[in-house]
Design a protein around this ligand. Structure first.
Ligand code: ZN
Length: 651
């Protein structure tokens, strides 16, 4: 067997029924997608201008005007198309489909006779194609176009955008690679690699896979392409700081097989590692897989926030050094955690190991959900773990916002979050010839082929509000196969039974319990996950979090907001040994399980002169009933203070 042991189940084959996710899918379909369409067309009062649809129209000669926006503005349209396509999998909607058809017509009209398709270079710098790969985002935008095309084709069977994307991909394959007259470069912002693999999987054209592999192999080789390009390119870079970030910014400082530490721009890194994994599993590339495992450890054991956020510094939107995880200055871009989910998802296709699914779940339930307002109409780009609103106006903290924004001048995250939530079914399960793997606990009906036969898996779930999930197998005739169910690392006491018979959960390997048997129609598996609240401490190497604790319940990391606990959260102390009470509150934040815990509030008395520093003091501690809410729901009640890591009351 090759390295690719499992395939994620297509979202076409997973119908989400679970109330928690259904609510998000409905909000996205009814609110976010029309809202983002308006934003792309500059029809949202008070929101930053996008101009993204107009850029395409101008490039197509359909209207007059000039290009506006960052050089990668095209990708916002592609991600919207992909999101809209994914929503059509869930609910067919003729009006939305007509809108996407119109958008596809506009995009396709901007395609040049040789297949090239990028509104910035077509309008602004037609003679400079492929000359600024380090920053020009042409290949990045091309990748998102390909992902949109694949999604729309799969959702509707309509080929127009797929054909457009293939013409562009054909040009890219003719332009880049070994051989005379070909460019030996690669993308400054990875994305094309994983997208070409998707296009290959959809069309079967091996040149797409080969070109994706070329981009992976070529990155960081000597002489360094980006260095050569920089010395050739006489103009200004779009980002004046680009060269300060160095080659690590785009993970081009050395060949990818030699890399061990996650460095540079966190989104670029995650998209690259996802593409590397796509190639590793299709070429059985041991060196690449070993590099990915080293990098995975670097990300998740040294550079990841407890929420699944990554990229701790605003400088280059990058990873910082190991254990440097500031809470209030975190960059923690939504797209980076989405990339982390994609990376985890690919690793799970090679190896059934719950460390990948645990992180995938963490990033999804905390950062990705938290990036969206509950009404689906405002978004976070940066996902801090601590906010003091008055500090956010300071120069070094301006990237941290206390409230979600309607739109951003660089708006990569909102449509990315939407397409990710809509494809949650794709992350939930994977299959092989004789196995069905359960990674995420979601109420859904999945339909897959095992040993050539149709198997329906019906899942009913109260998760994440409670820990019970019931799976019912539906099949025409008995089949011998294995259902591998994840035992989350956080679930300390998990119970699993088959038709009422308890399983030996301790036999789970790498966090998955294999239930191997001859399954018959109507067989039932019950999983009871341990939803007790748990107190977490950070490694003592994380200087920011010494003396602090965080609280988690199931997949959710919790936080305190000043709306519930009063201002000055830095003076609040939590009694980590006290009994914590988890209480469902249907009226709060669309229905959440809040956690109530004992603690105290500090008051420094006897500072009579209001001195900045003084010696005669008395600290008075008054009891406080602390209320914690899931991190994903923060900042839905206006601007206020928030903390994930809370000072611990003296032990
Ligand atoms: Zn983003």
């Amino acid at each position: 067997m090759g390295y690719r042991k499992f395939s994620s189940v297509s979202i076409a084959d997973v119908r989400i029924t679970d109330p928690f996710w259904r609510k998000y899918i409905d909000v996205i379909t009814e609110s976010s997608i029309p809202y983002l369409w308006n934003a792309l067309n500059d029809n949202v009062p008070g929101a930053a201008a996008s101009h993204a649809i107009d850029n395409y129209k101008i490039a197509a000669g359909l209207c007059e005007g000039d290009y506006y926006g960052p050089v990668f503005q095209d990708s916002d349209v592609s991600k919207w198309v992909e999101g809209a396509a994914l929503s059509l999998f869930h609910d067919r909607d003729e009006r939305l489909e007509a809108l996407v058809d119109y958008t596809v017509d506009v995009i396709s009209a901007a395609q040049q006779p040789d297949g090239y398709l990028n509104s910035y270079y077509t309008i602004k710098e037609p003679g400079r194609r492929w000359t600024t790969l380090r920053e020009g985002h042409e290949l990045y935008c091309a990748g998102h176009l390909m992902e949109a095309a694949v999604a729309y084709f799969k959702a509707t069977g309509k080929r127009k955008l797929l054909d457009t994307a293939c013409r562009y991909a054909d040009l890219i394959c003719r332009t880049f690679g070994e051989g005379p007259d070909k460019i030996k470069g690669y993308a400054g912002h990875p994305e094309i690699e994983l997208a070409l693999v998707k296009l290959y999987e959809t069309t079967g054209k091996t040149q797409y896979l080969e070109t994706a592999k070329y981009f992976i192999d070529q990155r960081g080789q000597e002489p360094n392409y980006f260095d050569m390009e920089t010395s050739r390119y006489k103009g200004e870079y779009f980002n004046p700081n680009l060269l300060d970030f160095g080659l690590q910014y785009g993970q081009a400082h050395r060949p990818v097989r030699e890399q061990s530490e996650a460095v540079g721009h966190a989104v670029r890194a995650m998209y690259l590692y996802t593409g590397m994994a796509d190639i590793a599993m299709r070429y059985d590339d041991e060196e690449l897989l070993k590099a990915l495992k080293r990098i995975w450890q670097s990300v998740t054991k040294e550079k990841m926030y407890i929420t699944g956020a990554i990229g701790s510094t605003e400088f280059g939107e990058s990873f910082s050094g190991p254990y440097d995880l500031p809470n209030d200055r975190a960059y923690a871009e939504t797209c980076a955690s989405i990339g982390l989910m994609m990376f985890a998802n690919r690793m799970l296709e090679m190896e059934l190991d719950a460390q990948y699914a645990d992180v995938m779940e963490l990033a999804l339930y905390n950062v990705v959900l938290g990036s969206m307002a509950l009404d689906g109409k405002a978004f976070f780009y940066v996902n801090p773990l601590e906010v003091y609103p008055e500090k956010c106006v300071r120069r070094d903290c301006q990237h941290v916002l206390p409230e979600r924004q309607k739109w951003f001048s660089c708006s990569c995250c909102p449509p990315n979050a939407i397409r990710t939530v809509l494809s949650v079914g794709n992350y939930a399960y994977s299959v092989s010839e004789d196995a069905f793997n359960i990674h995420l606990f979601i109420g859904a009906d999945a339909s897959v082929k095992i040993k050539g036969k149709q198997v329906e898996m019906h899942a009913e779930s109260g998760y994440p509000l409670d820990g019970h999930v019931r799976y019912m197998v539906k099949l025409d005739s008995p089949i011998d196969f294995s259902i591998n169910i994840r035992i989350p690392q956080w679930s300390k006491n998990t119970k699993i039974s088959v038709n009422g018979e308890p399983c030996e959960v301790e036999k789970a390997q790498k966090g998955y319990l294999a239930i191997k048997r001859c399954f018959r129609n109507g067989d039932v598996i019950d999983a009871e996950l341990d939803m007790n609240t748990a107190v977490y401490r950070a490694s003592e190497k994380v200087r920011e979090n010494a003396g602090k604790v965080a609280v988690r319940r199931g997949p959710f990391v919790y936080c305190a907001e000043s709306t519930d606990n009063g201002e000055n959260l830095h003076l609040v102390r939590i009694d980590a040994r006290a009994q914590m009470k988890a209480e469902y509150d249907a009226a709060l934040l669309n229905g959440i399980t809040k956690i109530c815990v004992k603690g105290s509030r500090m008051k420094y008395n006897d500072n009579k002169g209001g001195m900045l520093y003084y010696t005669d003091h008395e600290i008075v501690e008054t009891p406080l009933d602390i209320v914690l809410i899931p991190y994903y729901a923060w900042a839905n009640r206006g601007s206020n203070e928030m903390r994930v890591w809370i000072e611990e009351k003296n032990r």
